[in-house]
Design a protein around this ligand. Structure first.
Ligand code: UDP
Ligand code: MG
Length: 324
């Protein structure tokens, strides 16, 4: 079977109000380019009839292939499934809620066709509307990420065009728990950026809970940097120095026969040392958590259903039936 030039992959979690406008908008932008293309939607455990709609659309649109996860595995896993399924020479990853404007696709493809970059990233010039707390925490996360990994992903989005060579490299990264932005950043390759300002969602509300965001932040910090472990070691050295100084001073006063003072110092010492020990244990715990998940080697996702003409042809070939 001939592979298309472009693959557009998009995760879907309860987006029944967005699927058709999304598909229309993407096709409208890609068709004039005159390139063969496929669109792959990955249903990440939707409960709102998204899958039924996706199957219906797959009947109408020859370019559409749909995968359905056996449950909600998260957006990062859905992107991984799209990357695995895509057959195009370039793969475009984007959200299905139209916050990643399809109007950017022609510019992305042009940069790629001119061979100016292997990865064309859409970079946010402003953040979408969100609470002040979310904004502050996101800022803190990006600063910490940049400090720990020395890679700045502030403004980076999951809206990217990735050349086949980089896609194949991405598929070689074997971790079970994936963080798409971190992984594509790690790849390197020639990169180009296209600025964009994310519009409001076309329909529905964002599905990321605060806890889910926090989990992803902690996972990505510990998955892409071992620096926190080095920081624990630096903390240990500082404590050694501090102990020698305060211990020396205590010994001196004792030798001079002066009464021991410094009750406040003792309290402070206990507080600081126990907080540091707890912090060190927490850091170790985060890494053990990563090892725990990775050691199991579980698949990143499970696909329970597929839809689309290409998918049925594939299935028939696998089961040995004659293709129609
Ligand atoms: N999404 C997903 N699984 C989830 C949550 C979200 O596949 O568990 C999809 C969602 O359908 C959308 C994209 O990921 O296409 C971005 O999600 P959302 O708009 O909720 O996040 P935000 O725009 O706030 O980053
Ligand atoms: Mg969104």
């Amino acid at each position: 079977m001939k592979q298309p030039v472009l693959s557009v992959i998009s995760p879907v979690h309860c987006e029944s109000g967005n699927i058709i406008p999304f598909l229309d908008a993407v096709e409208e932008q890609i068709r004039p380019l005159g390139l063969s293309y496929e669109i792959i939607l990955i249903d990440d455990g939707s409960m709102d009839g998204s899958w039924r709609l996706m199957r219906q659309e797959a009947e109408r649109r020859p370019c559409l292939r749909c995968l359905r996860f056996s449950r909600n595995f998260g957006k990062e896993a859905a992107l991984a499934a799209g990357i695995d399924a895509a057959g195009g020479e370039a793969v475009i990853c984007m959200d299905s809620d139209l916050q990643h404007p399809p109007s950017l696709i022609p510019a992305m493809v042009r940069i790629w066709q001119r061979d100016e970059a292997d990865i064309v990233e859409a970079v946010k010039t402003a953040r979408q509307k969100e609470s002040l707390l979310n904004r502050i925490l996101a800022g803190l996360f990006y600063k910490t990420y940049a400090f720990l990994t020395t890679e700045d992903i502030e403004g980076a989005s999951d809206f990217k065009l990735i050349d086949r060579e980089a896609v194949d490299a991405l598929k070689q990264l074997g971790e079970t728990r994936v963080f798409f932005r971190g992984m594509t950043q790690w790849l390197g390759f020639r990169r180009a950026a296209l600025p964009f300002c994310p519009p409001e969602r076309n329909s529905g509300v964002g599905k990321w809970s605060f806890l889910a965001k926090l989990r992803l932040a902690l996972d990505s910090l510990t998955a892409y940097s071992a620096r926190p472990l080095s920081i624990v070691f630096v903390l240990f050295l500082l404590f050694c120095l501090f102990s020698v100084l305060t211990g020396g001073e205590a010994l001196l006063t004792w030798l001079r026969g002066e009464a021991m003072t410094g009750f406040t110092t003792v309290i402070l010492l206990i507080l600081i040392s126990s907080a540091s020990i707890l912090a060190a244990i927490c850091v170790l715990g985060l890494y053990i958590r990563q090892i725990f998940y990775e050691a199991k080697r579980r698949p990143r996702y499970l696909v329970s259903e597929r839809a689309g003409r290409e998918e049925s042809r594939r299935r028939e070939r696998v089961s040995g039936k004659k293709s129609v």
